[in-house]
Design a protein around this ligand. Structure first.
Ligand code: NAD
Length: 264
């Protein structure tokens, strides 16, 4: 029996088979969770429906997190299927306008780009956690989001997305503090770089992957399967004592100080 047997999980953020959310869905399904999915745009609908079918789910709901109406509708719809609530909420959503994640931090910085990155990549976690709250209360539930090292270190090209990820990680702590008394845990995984559609928008991404392969303690990049396995664990009762944490799944890259310096 899988360690998520009897749990119900809503998974956001599938845009392709390479999405981190796809790796999470695979691991949660393997461990026995029932799954439901959201899709951002009509273009992505059939892709997400196909993934849902693979996992024996017929719950596929539209959710663009820039719309308060869609957020409300998403949980109203979910409540029609899972009438007595659900246990796991996976937030795998981020966006910044392309010009804001190229060149130097100040090059693409505008009030609008800053606001968009924070709205979609950080506020949305709090917004969907708030909307999901009545359906998750008192079930030993778990909310999980995805962050990146750019939240706490200055990384070339990550720019305003790093500032938004810092806000996302702080949001994890405030949500954990707020929702803990009612039994809901909130955590983040800080994943190493993985080639997904979102990552393709980051300038010089191939170079970043090569750098990790050469310098991370494990000398390899991570996979969506590795992130999926840790996500499944963190959202299971095996991790009942863990909340408000950022867990690294990055081949150990975050522990390094100087990289690329060989000492004979
Ligand atoms: P992806 O492109 O597969 O997924 C990003 C998802 O965000 C897509 O499904 C997209 O539909 C969704 N999204 C964007 N704007 C949205 C909106 N307004 N409403 C609803 N959904 C919206 O890429 P991914 O790499 O799997 O990204 C998932 C998460 O993992 C993101 O938070 C990303 O920052 C994070 N992350 C990625 C990496 C990496 O290297 N790929 C590393 C660390 C963290």
């Amino acid at each position: 029996m899988g360690f998520l047997q009897g749990k119900r999980a809503l998974i956001t953020g599938i845009a392709s088979e390479r999405s981190i959310a796809s790796g999470i869905a695979e691991a949660m399904h393997r461990e026995g969770a029932q799954l439901a999915f959201t899709y951002q745009t009509d273009k992505l609908k059939s892709r997400v429906e196909k993934a849902a079918e693979e996992y024996g789910s017929n719950i596929v709901i539209p959710l663009d997190v820039t719309s308060d109406e869609q957020i409300a509708n998403c949980f109203a719809e979910l409540g029609k299927h899972w009438t007595d609530g659900f246990d796991i909420l996976v937030h795998a959503i981020a966006y910044a306008p392309r010009e804001a994640i190229a060149g130097q931090f100040l090059d693409g910085l505008t009030r609008e780009n800053f606001a968009i990155a924070h709205d979609i990549s950080a506020y949305s976690l709090a917004a969907i956690a708030k909307a999901a709250r009545p359906q998750m209360q008192g079930r030993n539930g778990s909310i999980l989001t995805l962050s990146y090292l750019g939240a706490e270190r200055a990384l070339a090209g990550y720019n305003v997305m790093g500032v938004a990820k810092a806000s996302l990680e702080a949001t994890v702590r405030y949500l954990a503090y707020n929702l803990g008394p009612e039994g809901t845990r909130v955590n983040a995984i800080s994943a190493g770089p993985i080639k997904t559609l979102a990552a393709a928008g980051i300038a010089g991404f191939r170079k970043i992957l090569g750098h990790v392969e050469e310098n991370a303690p494990l000398r390899r990049t991570v996979t969506i399967e590795q992130v999926g396995n840790v996500a499944a664990f963190l959202c299971s009762d095996l991790a009942a004592g863990v909340t408000g944490e950022v867990t690294y799944v990055d081949s150990g890259y975050n522990i390094l100080g100087m990289t690329g310096l060989d000492v004979e």
